[in-house]
Design a protein around this ligand. Structure first.
Ligand SMILES: *Cc1c(COP(=O)(O)O)cnc(C)c1O
Length: 345
């Protein structure tokens, strides 16, 4: 086994930097379940203000933050309208149905990762006891690295206010969208009733997500978080890392985006590789091989060279703060050598 020194599987793999670890060590802490942890309290206040919302809730993960939002918005027998491939539908274990009796109404994404608002409208159910009560629209930004167009947020919000839905954003990688579009968090957040933000992805914290919304919603979400086992005690150690990440690591996402574009261009130039450069909008690159049967061999060869990637018919490569330009160049040249070696050139 070779040591992995460049890990493209996800931006969740980034490690806390020495400076981040230092603020964690020095963080003043208390018991957050008693509301006494000054570092958690400061993070929640700071993030709410940063997003232009009344309140915020520090959660263990993005899955928990999305789930407590769904549980706070919806009652048993309500439904949320959501993308077919959305994290909040497909990748969170059916938590909303398990814990809340909340029914998903999935619809297909359009090519630009929006949900067609006419389709959404057609799924909003009339007030009739045959139907679940349509209660919430749930969007995702970025979605597989795609950035939602700025004018889409207000269009979605108008549809929601017209039809009586609330609007939630799974913003696991929302800061990638903000940096890409050169807008503030508030510019996007103003259109949403609640937003879940992951601090453990591109921003580099070891764990932690934050839900923002109005005070009443966040109170409800705090109850649910306790029931779900998310009441952490001296959580300030983790909150300090998240505060550091929010204050220091947002602008540098632009570097990850440049590296992703450089990677996409490099891969697209290799014979036998399909890589749509236009899809590398933020920090994700998708590639397929003409001959899918050689994928496993490529993954193994990269691992031999200390480079970790996920396999699959469509290979997703993610850039982040622990991937520099030379790691990107190394990945491209190992792919090139491998494809040449098996006669793909
Ligand atoms: C990662 C992610 C989440 C949350 O995942 P956790 O691993 O629970 O933090 C939510 N939505 C999207 C789109 C994600 O990529």
């Amino acid at each position: 086994m070779n040591t992995i020194n460049a890990d493209f599987r996800s931006d969740t793999v980034s490690r806390p930097s020495p400076a981040m670890r230092e603020v964690m060590v020095k963080a003043p802490v208390g018991d957050d379940v008693f509301g006494d942890d000054p570092t958690v309290n400061a993070l929640e206040t700071w993030t709410a203000e940063f997003a232009g919302k009344e309140a915020a809730l520090f959660c263990t993960s993005g899955t928990q933050s999305n789930l407590v939002a769904l549980l706070a918005h919806c009652q048993r027998g309500d439904e949320y309208i959501v993308g077919q491939e959305a994290h909040t539908y497909k990748y969170e274990g059916g938590g909303a149905a398990v814990f809340g009796g909340i029914q998903p109404q999935p619809i297909e994404y359009s090519n630009d990762s929006t949900l067609d608002l006419n389709k959404v409208r057609s799924k909003v159910k009339p007030d009739d006891f045959h139907f679940a009560r349509s209660r919430l629209l749930c969007l995702e930004n970025t979605r597989s690295g795609d950035v939602l167009p700025m004018d889409y947020h207000s269009q979605a919000a108008s549809l929601c206010s017209e039809t009586g839905l609330a609007l939630h954003l799974d913003g696991a990688r929302l800061f990638n969208a903000c940096v890409k579009q050169q807008v503030s968090l508030q510019d996007i957040a103003q259109h949403y009733d609640s937003i879940s933000l992951c601090i453990s992805k591109g921003l580099g914290a070891p764990a932690g997500s934050i839900l923002v919304g109005n005070a009443e919603l966040i109170d409800q979400a705090r109850r649910w978080r306790k029931m779900l086992g998310g009441g952490m005690r001296q959580a300030g150690i983790m909150a300090a890392a998240c505060q550091y990440a929010l204050e220091n690591n947002i602008p540098r996402l632009a570097e990850d985006h440049k590296n992703a574009l450089h990677l996409a261009k490099g891969l697209a130039s290799l014979p036998g590789v399909n890589c749509d450069i236009a899809r590398a909008q933020t920090n994700m690159v998708f590639m397929t091989l003409n001959d899918a049967a050689i994928t496993d061999g490529l993954v193994a060869r990269l691992a031999d060279e200390g480079i970790a990637v996920l396999g699959g018919d469509v290979m997703r490569l993610v850039t982040h703060m622990d991937i520099d330009r030379s790691a990107v160049d190394r990945l491209i040249s190992v792919c090139d050598a491998y494809l040449q070696g098996i006669g793909q050139h």
